[in-house]
Write a protein that binds this ligand. Structure first.
Ligand code: GLY
Length: 412
């Protein structure tokens, strides 16, 4: 494999590029001199790392490293909701633009994956219902709906009867629901499988169970990665896409490490009769979401916990989620439990992703996708590939650089 050179790790004296006061950050992190066919090392083989690998592989020699099995982290644990509209919150308008952009890319992305790999990622287009069980729930939803409609989002309030017409197995007493016709879902585990095949077919090399310990930095630029086993991999470009583990990758000065932490989510899946499912839309009920899959699995999630990398399944979490799901659809009590799991969302300080060129030559970030990793996979893959290969920053990712977390002096 001529494009990878394994060598002993030699301790190097890092030289950080810190912009002088008043100097433009973009000058200090001047464009990398990209080799004709650059060697790219991607840290993390989840949907983000694999998506970028796929998009790069035709024009770059791409190697992806993962501490475990490819796609076994948050990409496996996710529910696959593409919920740009229903989850829109005040203060997150830039994120909404990014989310909507990626949502619009999903149909073509799914088609392209099918064409490239034969894997159908099951993009289901029934849309999402946000359920109000009580008048209180309705008042909260109405308040949020008002804000969401001012942003031009295609959401509508449905009466109890209209909601039940869409989902007959809902509880006997409901107040109604917000219907989001453009918030769809994919089977995230199939997405990971497809992306892996697509990336490998395009020429990317995926190295599983090869944890990256550090970004190798020399003369103020990333020059490759050092693995836990001591192997050093030379590269022209390094992409940090290690999800919740991104901050733990050594070699970077503290303020160049992306401020990403694990946000634990516990979930479970029930098994419905695929021929007579209890639910067809994605459903946000008070206290839980429910996502029906084509094969009859009903995903129920998720807790949001600040517990580090703890992956314990707790009775309290299961009780809370089960009760919330049962209050929405009482008939679930007859269903067998299929699987229980926990995952770790990569949460940044402002819950938005960190995308783009790092304040360190040859290094790029694609991490911190928090609750939206599956939704944001297409826009992240497309825009990062364009940035890395063509040095073009799409406006939609402009607000999501690491600079927003740097002290004003360094980011000036
Ligand atoms: N996007 C769903 C979750 O983070 O639980």
């Amino acid at each position: 494999m001529p494009r990878l050179r394994a060598a002993e790790i030699k301790p190097v004296e890092p030289v950080w590029v810190i912009p002088a006061k008043g100097a433009a950050l973009s000058q200090a992190i001047s464009s990398p001199s990209i080799a004709k066919r650059p060697r790219v090392a991607i840290i993390g083989a989840g949907v983000i790392g694999l998506g970028i690998a796929w998009r790069l592989a035709r024009r770059a020699d791409v190697s992806v490293f993962d501490r475990g099995k490819a796609g076994a982290g948050a990409s496996h644990a996710a529910a696959g909701m593409l919920a740009a509209c229903a989850e829109a919150e005040p203060g997150e308008e830039a994120l909404l633009t990014l989310n909507r952009d990626s949502q619009a890319r999903w149909p073509a992305f799914a088609d392209e994956l099918k064409h490239a790999t034969g894997v159908d990622v099951e993009l289901r287009r029934e849309g999402t219902l946000v359920l109000a069980l009580t008048a209180d729930d309705q008042a909260v939803l109405a308040h949020r709906l008002d804000f969401q409609k001012k942003l031009g989002l295609p959401l509508e309030w449905l009466s109890a009867a209209a909601t039940r017409a869409k989902e007959p197995h809902l509880a006997g007493k409901i107040a109604g629901a917000v219907f989001s016709p453009e918030d769809h879902q994919v089977d995230n585990r199939k997405v990971v499988a497809a992306l892996r095949i697509a990336a490998e077919n395009a020429g990317a090399k995926i190295h599983e169970h090869q944890a990256v310990r550090e970004v190798s930095v020399q003369s103020g630029a990333a020059r490759g990665v050092g693995l836990e086993d001591g192997t050093r991999i030379d590269a022209d470009i390094v992409v940090l896409a290690a999800g919740a583990w991104s901050r733990g990758i050594a070699g970077l000065p503290p303020d160049r490490r992306p401020p990403v932490r694990p946000v634990k989510g516990q979930m479970f899946a029930l098994r419905m009769d695929a021929a007579a499912p209890l639910l067809n839309h994605v459903l946000w009920a008070p206290g839980a979401y429910l996502v029906p899959r084509c094969d009859g699995r009903l995903i129920v999630g998720a807790t949001v916990e600040e517990k580090g990398f703890d992956d314990t399944i707790t009775a309290g979490a299961m009780l809370t989620l089960l009760e919330a799901a049962w209050r929405a659809i009482p008939a679930i009590e007859e269903l067998p439990i299929d699987e229980i799991w926990a995952g770790h969302r990569p949460g940044s300080r402002d819950d938005a992703p960190i995308l783009g060129r790092a304040p360190l030559e040859n290094l790029f970030y694609a991490t911190g996708h928090h609750r939206n990793g599956i939704l944001l996979a297409p826009v992240t893959a497309d825009t990062l590939a364009k940035l890395i290969l063509d040095d073009v920053t799409e406006p939609v990712i402009q607000p999501f650089g690491l600079e927003r977390f740097l002290p004003a002096r360094a980011a000036e």
